[in-house]
Design a protein around this ligand. Structure first.
Ligand code: FES
Length: 137
């Protein structure tokens, strides 16, 4: 019986498939389904660098959120209305967004992402890492 089992699991050398994994797969970067609905999504300027790294947040599917683009919210990465302060002369408006699945997402906190409001790795750039006006260390 033992000899039969060995025969059953052994295959000729040519039938084995060897897969080498040298890097972990890149995480999926979600897109904002509301990016074409609100004009604020296509603003040309970015806000100040709030932080040099993204922030992980659990978001609910179908709920609408406002992501802070100006970088001055005290509730980052979400908007708290600071951009409305006329004395600060902030030109950026928050970006409304939603998600299709309830789960954790990495939201951009450097405010320089090209895939608002989700982190796309731009925070690793020299400009962000060496920014001097960062709100959070
Ligand atoms: S935190 Fe802004 S791109 Fe990652």
């Amino acid at each position: 019986m033992f000899a039969k089992r060995l025969v059953a699991i052994s295959k000729p050398y040519s039938q084995h498939t060897v897969t080498y994994v040298t890097k972990a797969p890149k995480p999926e970067i979600p897109r904002n389904p509301l990016r074409d609905v609100y004009s604020a999504s296509s603003q040309q300027t970015n806000g100040v660098v709030y932080d040099r790294k993204p922030f992980k947040v659990t978001l609910e599917a179908g709920k609408t959120y406002s992501w802070c683009l100006c970088g001055r919210s005290k509730n980052n990465p979400l908007c708290d209305g600071t951009h409305k302060d006329i004395y600060l002369k902030i030109t950026q408006r928050p970006v409304r967004f939603t998600v299709e699945k309830t789960k954790e997402y990495w939201l951009c906190n450097c405010k320089q992402t090209k895939n608002r409001p989700f982190c796309d790795g731009t925070h690793k750039s020299k400009e962000v890492q060496e920014a001097t006006n960062v709100k959070v260390g």
